[in-house]
Structure formats: structure tokens, C-alpha cells
Design a binder for this molecule. Structure first.
Ligand SMILES: NC(=O)c1ccc[n+]([C@@H]2O[C@H](COP(=O)([O-])OP(=O)(O)OC[C@H]3O[C@@H](n4cnc5c(N)ncnc54)[C@H](O)[C@@H]3O)[C@@H](O)[C@H]2O)c1
Length: 250
């Protein structure tokens, strides 16, 4: 078991990618804090993990609220006694054109998708430093953080921010033996904000198939385990190779 005795927070863990990450990390021995805004979803994922012999507890938290984040991190340390891993996975997409998005929609997208990884990182890092065991943080970015799109103006801006936030976090937390990296997925399972897989969603990549939540979960497991001990401040693309393609030449 690669994570025996360790404690991991996974945000947005109530379904899809966050759910798969939680279950994979639990299967490697980590105790999982299943953090989500949706109580029923978080409790179901935690119950599934416990039913298969793992350790997990649901934490209801709106990552757009700093007080919720502070309470969640404190609650995790109180429940499990330590904190080793943070996976900043929760995000929303505005799916809006810049001429149509309201300021309120922009602010909420940035709060959940960019500010929350910073605030969760800050609070989690303080807990990790206090415990003195170092730590690992993975920020879930997106190919939308590298390329412009014809919609999702807030989401693309936020994910671009997550990419460089990761580098600065990696530098600033390195003295505390906390490794920070990001993963960069493209079209994994259902679209962000949707529960169901859409088989008609166009997929253009080198693997000729949509990504599955387990594809990303395996990459995150690698980045939070000692197998990646010499890797810090990097972005791991988990996109079927789509970012290697020049548009029009596929
Ligand atoms: N699905 C994809 O194709 C894809 C592609 C690129 C990047 N990503 C990234 O992967 C991550 C997970 O995506 P997904 O498709 O599994 O998302 P999803 O929408 O299926 O699940 C997100 C979870 O986060 C929770 N959540 C939403 N707002 C929250 C808040 N304010 N506080 C706490 N929890 C909240 C939701 O309740 C939900 O359970 C996101 O960071 C997303 O940007 C996904």
C-alpha cells in the first residue's frame, strides 16, 4: 500500500473524478476526507469506501467560503489526527461567452475554481507544517487553462491561474517538504457540472477514446506517492495526447 497511515483531503469528491480519486487513494491505505458541497453525495462516497474496508468521512463544505475551508481542515485533523495530502479537485464552469457572463457568475467561478485551491492549500499547508511530516498537494487544472475557448471565459481564466498558482505554491512550500504539482485533464468522463457521460461529446486525441476518471486518479496517485518524490512544480497532462495536436493537422 503506497499511502498507508496517511490522511488525504479530496475536494469535490462527491462524484466523477473526485469520487474515483478518493476511492483509489483509499485503496492504497489513505484515510479520506470526502469534501463536497452536496451532503448526500459526500456521504455516499464515504460510505462506499468504508464498505470496501477503507477509512473515510464526509465533510460538507462550500469551497467558495473561507470559513468553511478553515472548519473543514480543522475537522479533518481532529477526526484523523494528521494531514498529508490535499487534492484540489472541486471546480465549476460558467460556460459563458465574455459578452454574456454576469459579474456574479464570473466571481463565483473564480472563487470555486481558483481562489479555493489557494485557500485550501494555505490552510492545509499550515496543518501539514504543524504536524511536521511534509505533504503533497495536487491541483486539478485543465487543458482549458492552456488554451482559449469560444465559451467558459471565467473557467478558462481560473484554470490558467491554477497552472501558475501551482508553480508558486511549489516554490513557497518546498522548504516545508510539501510537494505541489498539477494535473491537466481533457474530457474525462462527464463534462464538468454534469453527472452523466455524453457519448456524443466530440473527442480528438491520440488515444481515440474519452478519458475515464480512473485515468486521472492514477496520475494523481502517482503525484501523491513516493514514486514521484523528485517531481515538484510540474503539470502532468492527462489528456490522451490532445495537446500535442496542431488544430487542422489531426
Ligand atoms: N470532466 C472533465 O472532462 C474535466 C476536464 C478537465 C478538467 N476537469 C477538472 O476535473 C475536476 C473534476 O471535474 P468533474 O467533471 O469530476 O466535476 P463534477 O462537476 O462532476 O464534480 C464536481 C464536484 O464538486 C462539487 N462542488 C461544486 N461546487 C462546490 C463547492 N462550492 N464546494 C464544494 N464542492 C463543490 C460538486 O457537488 C461535485 O460533486 C475539476 O477541477 C474540473 O475542472 C474535468
Amino acid at each position: 500500500m503506497k499511502l498507508a497511515g496517511q490522511v488525504a483531503i479530496v475536494t469535490g469528491a462527491g462524484r466523477n473524478i473526485g469520487e474515483e480519486v478518493s476511492k483509489l487513494l483509499a485503496s492504497e491505505g489513505a484515510s479520506i476526507a470526502v469534501v463536497d458541497l452536496d451532503k448526500a453525495r459526500a456521504e455516499k462516497v464515504a460510505a462506499d469506501i468504508v464498505a470496501s474496508g477503507g477509512k473515510a468521512q464526509a465533510f460538507v463544505c462550500d469551497v467558495a467560503k473561507e470559513a468553511d475551508i478553515e472548519a473543514a481542515v480543522k475537522g479533518v485533523v481532529a477526526a484523523f489526527g494528521r494531514l498529508d495530502i490535499l487534492v484540489n479537485n472541486a471546480a465549476i464552469s460558467d460556460n459563458k461567452h465574455m459578452l454574456e457572463i454576469t459579474t456574479e457568475e464570473w466571481n463565483r467561478t473564480i472563487a470555486i475554481t481558483l481562489t479555493a485551491p489557494f485557500l485550501f492549500g494555505k490552510n492545509a499547508a499550515k496543518a501539514m507544517i504543524e504536524a511536521g511530516n511534509g505533504g503533497k498537494i495536487v491541483n486539478v487544472s485543465s487543458t482549458s487553462g492552456y488554451y482559449g475557448r469560444n465559451r467558459a471565459i471565467g473557467y478558462t481564466a481560473a484554470k490558467g491561474g491554477v497552472v501558475n498558482l501551482t508553480r508558486s505554491m511549489a516554490i513557497q512550500l518546498a522548504p516545508h517538504n510539501i510537494r505541489v504539482n498539477s494535473v491537466v485533464p481533457n474530457k474525462i468522463g462527464s463534462p464538468v457540472g454534469k453527472a452523466d457521460f455524453d457519448p456524443t461529446r466530440p473527442v480528438v486525441n491520440l488515444r481515440k477514446r474519452p478519458g475515464l476518471p480512473i485515468d486521472l486518479a492514477r496520475a494523481i496517485l502517482f503525484l501523491v506517492s513516493d514514486d514521484s518524490d523528485f517531481i515538484a512544480g510540474t503539470d502532468l497532462f492527462v489528456d490522451g495526447g490532445c495537446s500535442a495536436l496542431m488544430p487542422g493537422n489531426e
